[in-house]
Design a protein. Structure first.
Lengths: 359, 316, 259
């Protein structure tokens, strides 16, 4: 600031005006213009005789253009840019919905053909054409996933407890960092790891259900750690202090106060982790293989699992191709249902187990 | 116990600890260390099983020209598909993240985020099914068009595949698969953009887009980059979708739309491993090691970028 | 029950930072001792060092002695968990366990340590503790409801009931009323005067009227500046502190905010 304290000449006060009334498009006009553009696009592509894809492309481009030009002429450049971005962003979202809807639609359409009792009660033992089912594969997936969960949850949960309740300094940073890095291990590499481990232990050409469980655990542990860590951090410190001040040892405080308080989040996190690995194919392909009969002993030879079953039904159809494809799609449908059910369960857990306030 | 203790040496750290506490804390710590060991084990076992392929004479390695010649086209294919996926998915993911954080009506925004997350829940083998049965045939006209109009670029040199099982289709399938990862992280950083800055921008008379450009995008930039890197890591390692959709196995080429494509490391392992024997297995594991190193590097970089932002965001 | 605490030459550190320096004080049994002073002067830290709760923060440690009826709480073979069973604590914000009912909250100290108890004995402890905390009549019909459903003042009395259910000798209170409305505050103060017959009570408060109302002795903590350690400036009967303090700093603090 200058030291000049001379009173400045009063600036001429502009006559006060009401806020300038902006020219705006009516509320529903952009939507209407956009739809008109879409319709025009459909018309153009119908005239040129192109397919659905070009209809959408023409329509979106024309609709966006219509909104932009109208806004440009009525509201000015800045507002027009704003509207343009709104169109683009909304289109991006709609575009992302296309594969999801298409995928679910396709799987439903192709998968319902064999979504019958035979599929869920029969294995592929001595089936070469029609009939047969994924009974053995579904049970195999359940066994291996359960085993992987039994390995991952204790390790993952205890690591999360360590990170939140005990760890300090360099080891904490190292574990946090490498858990993050581990989330990025490609699933096929996890499978190769389990394969290499068991090959060194038991010699060549070993294929066991437990190898698959180990491979899945490598993928599952970091997910469990991260989600449990986030949840444990949310438990207020005051509860830990309250328990410690009652003369409760720290480990009992963790087991009886911290974990029960966080149980909803922990359950959700674990369920989502299970959902993530239940559809994994690649690691099971290289470690567990596939058989046509039912084997439920993970320590004795190959097992069938649903994703690998689906993969081989699709890629190596036998003589009756359509029967194999039908089974493949039904297996895919069951997989999706399984994953979605786990997601719903996760949500239910977080809703049902959350501490009640009782107010 | 020494008689002369530095005064600042922690004394009461040596407090009495109950056996229960010691066991519990010990097993918690052991779990954490076990995870580090597992990661080290992944590297060590892969190396030990890859060594025979590394030391074998060149003519014994499948392909007959040595490990380098075997892996190189696979690396190219892996990078090609993943980068293509990244280029398609990132702008879309940013758009989706902006839509769910700042454009969608508040009541439905979380539901929309959940729907996008469902994309991440679908098993990759199912994406493969969909890519093979729906996307590949649907993209055949695009292949023809690209070969006709963009044929002067090496990527679209043609001749256009008639099945659509090309690197281009794979890239698009991968893009759909990594979309939820990138958009989830972008959504998170966008929603954390300081309300103060956003409101300041709006108070200056900025439109919504100007507010986003001034207050949200600069804040979320490194988060988006980190998320994109994580997506890249996922795309690099994606196996089943590629194995099902891609008709690969040809040599190194940049051509995205022809019917001869380089395979990717992961899909090559999935396709060859069940029938491989002897040195073939070691070679595949060696290629897996290469993939491990690439994804590890990408992920470490991504984490570093994301965490660097977390350090100075003051969001705790 | 109700033990005397003698503190001599107590220094409290967080890592290398000296937070409280050179405290010498004798806290009498069956009385209420109030600790007052400006924010950040170390009175809460000192309070937490009396039941070794400050050790929850990594790097925290003490030098000096805290002797309770002849036993040094910081002796080589003393388990901090045992110390806390004898020296209970009530915190600034009411913190009932959200996963437990009112009944279970009162019994938390016993249950969390897996102490076996007959149902009738447990009922007795719950009723006695809730009566002791002046909460019995308000909650006796809904003991199985979550503790978090009570009002703030009731929650704080529930926390007091929880603390006295393990029958400690000393009760530490860290600004127990600062999150409560005036009526709840009065209820807690009344409770404190009832409890002092059975326990040695030490309370940290920012509210000087409260210190004057409830306590027999008052300690004034102060610090010379930011980054300096807090010190116990003066420790005297409450009447003397508020009418005729020995130290100029005490008088300044009290007259600056009192009245």
């Amino acid at each position: 600031m200058s030291t000049d304290t001379r009173p400045a000449a009063p600036a001429p006060v502009p006559p006060s005006r009401p806020v300038r009334v902006e020219r705006r498009l009516p509320r529903l006009a952009p939507l209407g213009l956009y739809l008109a553009g879409l319709a025009l696009g459909a018309g153009v592509s119908a005239l040129t005789g192109s397919g659905l894809a070009s209809t959408v492309v023409y329509g979106v481009v024309l609709g966006t253009l219509a909104v932009y030009l109208a806004a440009r002429s009525v509201e000015g450049r800045r507002k027009a840019t704003d509207r343009l971005v709104t169109c683009l962003v909304t289109t991006a979202f709609a575009l992302a919905m296309v594969p999801l809807v298409s995928l679910v639609w396709t799987v439903l359409g192709n998968g319902l053909a064999r979504f019958d009792a035979t599929f869920f009660t029969n294995s592929m033992f001595r089936v070469v054409g029609e009939g047969g089912g994924a009974y053995h594969a579904i049970l195999g997936t359940l066994v291996i996933t359960a085993l992987a969960t039994a390995i991952s949850v204790p390790i993952g949960l205890m690591t999360a407890v360590y990170l939140v309740e005990y760890a300090t300094g360099r080891l904490k940073r190292a574990i946090t960092f490498f858990v993050d890095v581990m989330t990025g291990i490609p699933s096929i590499v996890a499978g190769l790891f389990a394969f290499a481990l068991f090959t060194l232990l038991f010699g060549n050409d070993v294929r066991l259900g437990v190898m698959g469980a180990v491979a899945l655990s490598v993928l599952m542990i970091p997910v469990v750690v991260r989600s449990c860590e986030e949840v444990l951090k949310l438990v207020p410190n005051e509860l830990r202090e309250a328990s410690l001040a009652l003369g409760v040892p720290k480990w009992r405080t963790i087991v009886k106060v911290v974990l029960p308080t966080a149980i909803a989040g922990l359950g959700t996190g674990v369920t989502l982790a299970v959902a993530r690995v239940v559809g994994e194919t690649a690691p099971l392909l290289v470690t567990v293989g596939l058989i046509t009969g039912t084997n439920l002993d993970p320590f004795d030879g190959r097992m069938a699992t649903l994703p690998v079953f689906a993969y081989y039904q699709l890629t190596q159809p036998g003589t009756d191709t359509q029967a194999f494809l039908d089974r493949a799609w039904t297996a895919a449908l069951v997989l999706i249902i399984l994953v979605m059910a786990l997601n719903v369960v996760a949500r239910l857990i977080s809703r049902l187990l959350a501490p009640k306030t009782g107010r | 116990m020494t008689a002369t203790k530095a005064p600042s040496e922690p004394r009461s750290q040596r407090a009495v600890r109950r056996p229960g506490d010691r066991i519990f804390a010990g097993s918690a710590k052991a779990s954490g260390i076990f995870i580090l060991l597992v990661l080290a084990g992944v590297a060590a076992f892969l190396v030990s099983e890859a060594v025979p392929a590394l030391t074998a004479p060149a003519e014994d390695v499948p392909g007959g020209e040595g490990l380098g010649a075997y892996v190189a086209p696979l690396v190219l294919g892996t990078l090609l598909g993943a980068v293509l996926a990244l280029l398609v998915a990132t702008p879309l993911a940013v758009g989706i993240a902006l839509y769910t954080t700042y454009y969608a009506p508040r009541r439905v925004a979380t539901g929309m985020g959940y729907v996008i997350d469902l994309l991440a829940a679908i098993p990759s083998v199912v994406y493969g099914f969909w890519g093979l049965a729906v996307l590949a045939p649907a993209l055949v006209p695009l292949h023809v068009w690209a070969a006709d109009t963009l044929g002067f670029l090496p990527f679209f040199a043609g001749p256009a595949s008639t099945s659509g099982r090309t690197m281009l289709t794979v890239g698009l399938v991968l893009a759909v698969m990594i979309l939820p990862i990138i958009s989830a992280i972008s959504r998170e950083v966008f929603s954390q953009a300081p309300a103060l800055h956003r409101e300041a921008a709006l108070a200056l008379g900025a439109t919504r887009w100007e507010m986003i450009r001034m207050a949200v995008l600069p804040y979320g930039k490194s988060g988006v980059i980190g998320g994109a890197m994580l997506g890249l890591g996922r795309a690099l390692g994606e196996t089943m979708a590629v194995a099902i959709v891609l008709s690969g196995g040809a040599g190194a080429t940049l051509n995205l739309i022809s019917s001869s494509n380089p395979s990717t490391i992961a899909s090559n392992i999935a396709l060859r491993f069940p029938e491989a024997t002897g040195l073939g297995i070691n070679t595949l594991i060696a290629s897996g090691l290469v993939l491990f190193v690439i994804t590890l590097a990408v992920n470490m970089l991504a984490r570093w970028i994301v965490n660097r932002r977390a350090d100075f965001s003051g969001a705790n | 029950m109700a033990k005397r605490i003698e503190v001599s030459d107590l220094n409290i550190y967080y890592g290398d930072f000296l937070a409280v320096e050179g405290v010498n004080v004798a806290i009498e049994p069956r009385s209420i001792t109030a600790l007052i002073g400006p924010s950040g002067c170390g009175k809460s830290t000192f309070l937490r060092s009396l039941n070794r709760m400050h050790e929850v923060i990594p790097g925290a440690r003490v030098e000096g002695k805290v002797v309770m009826d002849g036993q040094d709480l910081y002796g080589a073979d003393v388990d901090p968990v045992d110390v806390r069973r004898h020296v209970g604590m009530v915190f600034q914000r009411p913190n009932p366990f959200p996963t437990m009912s009112i009944y279970e909250n009162v019994l938390a100290g016993n249950r969390l340590n897996s102490r076996r108890m007959k149902k009738s004995e447990a009922d007795d402890v719950v009723e006695r503790s809730l009566r002791g905390a002046n909460l019995w009549n308000e909650v006796k019909d809904r003991l199985d409801r979550p503790g978090s459903g009570l009002s703030g003042g009731q929650q704080q009395r529930l926390c007091i009931a929880r603390a006295i259910a393990v029958e400690p000798d000393v009760l530490l209170m860290d600004e127990p009323c600062s999150a409560l409305d005036p009526i709840s505050t009065l209820a807690i103060e009344d409770l404190m005067t009832e409890l002092k017959d059975r326990f040695t009570i030490v309370i940290v408060t920012h509210n000087m009227q409260q210190a004057a109302r409830v306590s027999e002795s008052t300690g004034f903590f102060n610090l010379n500046g930011v980054g300096q350690p807090g010190r116990l400036i003066e420790f005297n009967p409450t009447e003397k502190i508020f009418s005729n303090p020995d130290q100029k700093a005490t008088e300044d603090y009290i007259s600056g905010r009192f009245g």
